[in-house]
Design a protein around this ligand. Structure first.
Ligand SMILES: Cc1cc2nc3c(=O)[nH]c(=O)nc-3n(C[C@H](O)[C@H](O)[C@H](O)COP(=O)(O)OP(=O)(O)OC[C@H]3O[C@@H](n4cnc5c(N)ncnc54)[C@H](O)[C@@H]3O)c2cc1C
Length: 478
């Protein structure tokens, strides 16, 4: 059946307005993948509701017609989470970008799900407040997408991931029912549905509103850049800092290939090109606390014989260093037409071991790999540069990714630090979780969405029904 003749489309057009229901091939093109281009599938339609009522109307209608639906924010996800199987609909939150209420006294804000992460901090800066979770993609990714992926970021080493900053969420279930999960005054009664939502990858409910926790802008911030001959040496410094009980806000490592890419790009920030790796450490808090903590970190770094150590409180230099770190993913786009950014976790003490393994895999695959990662959390992000037009290269990087994730598990780690399971890691879920645990996860999904119509195959184990195929690089079904 052609998209134009689908019976539910007319009802959507009537309620949302024709221009908010996209069906032309050109309009649908940019929705066929997220930032993980290994997987593609064109939706039957993309709907752009203006508010929670329109989301509830859309979900109820699609549910009635047995049509699968996937919520989508900015599409920066890196595990294929925002793709919908053939014949399905993408519900985009692009028009839901209001920061509805800012409560400075209670340090919280109510936002719509399509608000871009960085915009919230800008909007509350005049009150001396900020929203702490800071994914490197924060200038484009949405707060709804952040909750669905339980996004992290450099500053999450100290402040915790998104889950720790969500007070309550207004959601729409697969059948269009509206609910609030969580409470503004944490009461701790009953199962934590708010917690269940964080990291559920859009497969339990559509987020239509969020009460988020705000934090004070720190009195003082000190940033340090230590250059080391190798990634292993930088990782050893990270372990030393954490083992000593020091609590910087961020501990980020970039390898030589990432440094080169940044320095050759608009994100250039004066990183030492000759270094094998750089470690970026930031301390923040009250004046006296930062002075003491940063002095202890500096001493620890010096003891690890860095090639270079830069320490500064200059805000301009700090901004430049973070511009380099946060722009590094984009800068690496220079290396090849496509990149596969992986996400896995190991215990911090195993960082050197996993980095050695990544090097071995790189040699085996014969394609360049760059590493930039949240070292404090043991959260690695090897970036494979490849040409997706060559199915052989795409298959190679996908296999290599699975090998690295399996190694993470072998070292006592986990499949995801922040990018989620999506389509990418579904086939590995049973390596991390027992059959019993997977069954419980499946039952939770079935309880909220018995027909598997809300973003099936993502995050949670595969259920019955609505399980159409997605296509990999070579066109084969998943
Ligand atoms: C260059 C780059 C750097 C990145 N750096 C980081 C990083 O430092 N830390 C990090 O955690 N991630 C990072 N990411 C990954 C990505 O930005 C995050 O996963 C982000 O949270 C996705 O937000 P989004 O709005 O793009 O969501 P999308 O990609 O649109 O969707 C992601 C998932 O969320 C679901 N979803 C979206 N909106 C809703 C909603 N309203 N209700 C329910 N489900 C919803 C989707 O169905 C999908 O499963 C990076 C990505 C890129 C490209």
């Amino acid at each position: 059946m052609s998209g134009a003749s689908l019976p539910w489309l007319a009802a959507l057009r009537q309620r949302l307005g024709t221009r908010h229901v996209l069906t032309s091939p050109a309009e649908l093109l940019s929705y066929e993948s997220d930032a993980l281009t290994l997987f593609r599938c064109k939706p039957a339609a993309v709907v752009l509701p203006a508010n929670a009522e329109e989301v509830a109307f859309t979900m109820a209608l699609l549910h009635e017609h047995g049509v699968v639906c996937t919520p989508r924010g900015a599409g920066t996800g890196l595990s294929g989470g925002a793709l919908v199987p053939e014949g399905g609909v993408i519900l985009s939150t692009t028009r839901m970008q209001a920061i509805v209420e800012i409560d400075g006294e209670e340090r919280r804000a109510y936002v719509e799900p399509g608000v871009v992460n960085a915009k919230l901090s800008s909007a509350v800066a005049h009150l001396g407040l900020r929203y702490a979770p800071d994914p490197a993609s924060q200038s484009v990714c949405t707060l709804g997408g952040n909750v669905a992926e339980n996004a992290g970021g450099p500053m999450c080493f100290l402040h915790g991931t998104t889950s720790q900053h969500v007070l309550a969420a207004d959601v729409v279930l697969a059948d269009g029912t509206r609910q609030r999960w969580g409470h503004l005054c944490a009461d701790g009664h009953g199962p934590d549905l708010r917690g269940l939502l964080c990291g559920s990858e859009g497969s339990l409910a559509v987020v239509v509103g969020l009460w988020l926790r705000l934090m004070p802008v720190p009195e003082r911030v000190t940033t340090m850049l230590a250059a080391f001959p190798s990634v292993t040496a930088a990782c050893a410094a990270v372990s030393g800092i954490v083992a000593a009980g020091l609590r910087p806000v961020a501990l980020e490592v970039m390898d030589q290939r990432a440094i080169e890419a940044v320095e050759n790009s608009v994100y250039r920030s004066g990183l030492p090109r000759e270094a094998g790796a750089v470690l970026l450490v930031e301390c923040e808090g009250h004046e006296q606390q930062v002075v003491q903590e940063s002095a202890a970190v500096e001493a620890m770094l010096r003891a690890k014989n860095p090639l270079q150590l830069e320490r500064g409180d200059d805000p301009a230099r700090r901004i430049a260093l973070w511009k380099g770190r946060k722009g590094a993913g984009g800068a690496l786009g220079r290396l090849a037409p496509d990149s596969y950014v992986m996400d896995g976790v190991v215990p911090r003490s195993q960082l050197a071991a996993i980095m050695e393994f990544v090097e071995e895999v790189e040699e085996e695959v014969g394609l360049p790999v760059a590493n930039l990662f949240h070292a404090g959390d043991g959260n690695i992000h090897p970036h494979f540069a490849y040409d997706g037009r060559d199915p052989e290269q795409a298959a190679k990087v996908e296999r290599a990714g699975a090998q690295i994730l399996e190694k993470c598990l072998e070292l006592g780690g986990s499949l995801s630090g922040e990018h989620g399971i999506g389509l990418e890691k579904q086939h590995l879920l049973d390596r991390q979780f027992s059959a019993d645990t997977l069954r419980v996860m499946h039952q939770v999904g079935q309880w909220l969405d018995p027909h598997d119509c809300l973003n099936p195959r993502k995050g949670l184990p595969l259920g019955r029904g609505c399980a159409e195929a997605f296509h990999r690089h070579g066109g084969g079904a998943v």
